[in-house]
Design a protein around this ligand. Structure first.
Ligand code: ZN
Length: 351
């Protein structure tokens, strides 16, 4: 029988005991055990949702964006600040000297998860464009921006290639700054620059490998707040589909006018691309019913060819390790609704 593929984005809220250890509320002498338990529990609970593809829930990542910087000593804490609607901020570090190398690669998380499960495991990685923001605006003596970009592209390629070589089901680049870039630069110049940069990475992969690569976009999701939901999706999506990857994981459930967005996707999605539309609003504490999910899939199917349609969650459930805004149980219940609702839609669409 034909199916509609369904995949998570990546992160799951960490268990309370782990968050307490990370944030210093309790001692962290047994953090290794807590990490192991968190991965085990996440994999088994994701499996229990019926999800055909799973992740490690990013249980041991500092955040979706900063894991490559872990352990680096050439960083200062005063980089670009991202402002969220509710007033809270997240700040990137700044590079203080070259050469730039990742301190940590995503394959570490993939390997740890694959040891513990036989299900297909997907791995999220951060975009070259996001990390490009750590180069200081005033430059670094003896290490030009061009040299930095060369190093960055090599490192990002390596991050992806290692995951493919170790059998990742998909490698998904998180491109949350895509929509945000239109807020910082409404002319679209920065967005175009970001897309060019990421394509320079993707173009190092074969056509077949590109089908295993994807990109996730959303208006941000941290402490139940967004950073760029006020930027019109219709201005962003046409550019997005210029990225040279097979899969797009698109926030959609929380959009106020989904049909309008679906029409834009229909217009710009290319024949070799699949749109995984968000059918779960990760910022809403209310758990969707499977019927709600089914109806969202059926709605999307009116605009997107079935051979190019998949489903996902609007975003990861906890992109930063210390975010406690979404309960772990809620995340798993929502994922179960996505899987079951997608199945219900399948039965309607393929019968
Ligand atoms: Zn997201």
């Amino acid at each position: 029988m034909k199916t509609i593929p369904t995949e998570p984005i990546g992160s799951i809220p960490r268990p309370d005991a782990l968050i307490d250890a990370i944030t210093g509320k309790t001692g962290n002498e047994n953090i290794g055990t807590l990490y192991e338990q968190a991965i085990d529990d996440t994999l088994s609970r994701l499996k229990a949702t019926g999800s055909p593809v799973i992740t490690d829930g990013e249980q041991t990542k500092s955040s979706f964006a900063t894991y490559p910087l872990e352990g680096l000593t050439n960083l200062a804490p005063n980089g670009m600040t991202i402002n969220f609607e509710d007033g809270h901020t997240r700040q990137l570090p700044l590079l203080t000297s070259g050469p730039f190398r990742y301190g940590n690669y995503a394959v570490k998380y993939l390997d740890a998860a694959k040891k513990k499960t036989n299900l297909p495991v997907k791995q999220a990685i951060i975009s070259a464009s996001a990390l490009s923001l750590i180069y200081p605006p005033d430059g670094i003596p003896g290490y030009s921006q061009a040299e930095f970009i060369d190093d960055l592209l090599n490192e990002c390629e390596k991050d992806i290639r290692q995951c493919l070589e170790r059998g990742a089901y998909k490698v998904q680049m998180d491109f949350t700054e895509g929509r945000l870039s239109l807020k910082l630069d409404p002319s679209g110049g920065v967005l175009k620059h970001f897309i060019d940069l990421n394509n320079q990475v993707f173009d190092r992969f074969s056509t077949k490998e590109k089908q295993k690569l994807g990109v996730h976009v959303c208006p941000g999701g941290d402490h139940d707040s967004t950073h760029s939901a006020d930027i019109d999706y219709a201005d962003f999506l046409p550019q997005l589909f210029n990225l040279h990857v097979g899969s797009f994981y698109l926030q959609l459930a929380s959009e106020s006018d989904r049909v309008r967005v679906l029409k834009v996707i229909k217009q710009y999605l290319k024949p070799d691309q699949t749109a995984f539309v968000g059918v779960i609003d990760v910022l809403d504490p209310v758990i969707e019913t499977k019927e709600t999910v089914r109806d969202r899939v059926l709605e999307a199917a009116e605009y997107i060819p079935l051979s190019q349609l998949g489903t996902t969650d609007d975003c990861g459930f906890s992109p930063f390790c210390d975010d406690v805004s979404t309960k772990r149980d809620t995340a798993f219940a929502k994922i179960k609704a996505r899987v079951e609702g997608t199945k219900l839609a399948e039965e309607k669409l393929f019968n």
